[in-house]
Design a protein around this ligand. Structure first.
Ligand code: C5P
Length: 239
């Protein structure tokens, strides 16, 4: 691969922290891929969806009006979310399982649509990149949070396949539910995430699009990791 100038400009100096962004809809495989890629590279993983989910738990518990923008902003400002290796802490409490519940998932749209919450969470996300090379996943990482990221991916898959994957995941965890409901929840969430005015879910202009419908996780990881390593190689020995 030849090393292009845009890349050399994008990565800047050697002290700069590298950021790989992986955006896309739920069920596209981005969480698993981001985790595995971060492990392979030895970089920090940032699951930004977990942040939105944890703030949603805080809002539901505080029983605030989920459409009260001021109250949501104040809540986010006084809330602490910590992402550890495999756990999520909300004000010190382990909410790893709770944030994945159906009720929390459905309510995230209010939190994700709040400009004040987003401003707060974007600040946390950028802070995470200051001392670490980062693999970050979400909806707006390549477009809004890290527009200068040196490598951006956008994963998609058909709604049918994503519903199948999610349903299988739930079944493995012993959660009973119909695939139709899973499909409808995914579709509603996609619509909300893609159509909201602030930071809508969409690929960055310079993102690499990967349709994972007919790919297994190993194939996706291989594709992404080889691209990242090729770009890192360019950075280390430009020619
Ligand atoms: O990725 P995950 O499914 O855990 O995200 C939960 C919700 O959080 C998404 O449906 C979306 O509304 C919101 N989100 C977001 N921006 C991100 C990550 C997640 O709006 N960067």
């Amino acid at each position: 691969m030849s090393c292009t100038n845009f890349l050399l400009e994008a990565v800047g100096t050697s002290s700069m922290r590298f950021v790989v962004t992986i955006d896309g809809p739920a069920g596209s495989g981005k969480s698993t891929i981001a985790r595995r890629l971060a492990g392979q590279l030895g970089w920090r993983l940032l699951d930004t969806g977990a942040m939105y989910r944890a703030v949603t738990v805080a809002a539901l518990r505080a029983e605030i009006d989920l459409e009260d923008e001021k109250a949501l902003g104040e809540l986010a400002a006084r809330t602490t979310v910590r992402l550890l290796d495999d756990r999520v802490l909300l004000d010190g409490e382990d909410v790893t399982t709770l944030i994945r519940s159906v009720d929390v998932t459905r309510a995230t749209k209010y939190i994700a649509g709040s400009p004040r919450v987003r401003t707060q969470l974007v600040e946390w996300q950028r802070l995470a990149s200051e001392d670490n090379h980062l693999v970050t996943e979400g909806r707006d990482q390549g477009t809004v949070v890290f527009p200068e990221a040196f490598c951006k991916f956008y994963l998609t898959a058909s709604l049918e396949e994503r519903a199948r994957r999610r349903h299988e995941e739930f079944t493995t965890k012993g959660q009973i539910g119909s695939i139709e409901i899973v499909r409808k929840d995914l579709s509603d969430r996609d619509d909300g995430d893609a159509s909201r005015t602030i930071a809508p879910m969409k690929p960055a202009d310079d993102a690499i699009l990967i349709d994972t419908t007919d790919m297994d996780l190993d194939q996706v990881l291989t594709r992404i990791e080889s691209e990242v390593r090729a770009r890192l190689q360019c950075h280390n020995s430009p020619s």
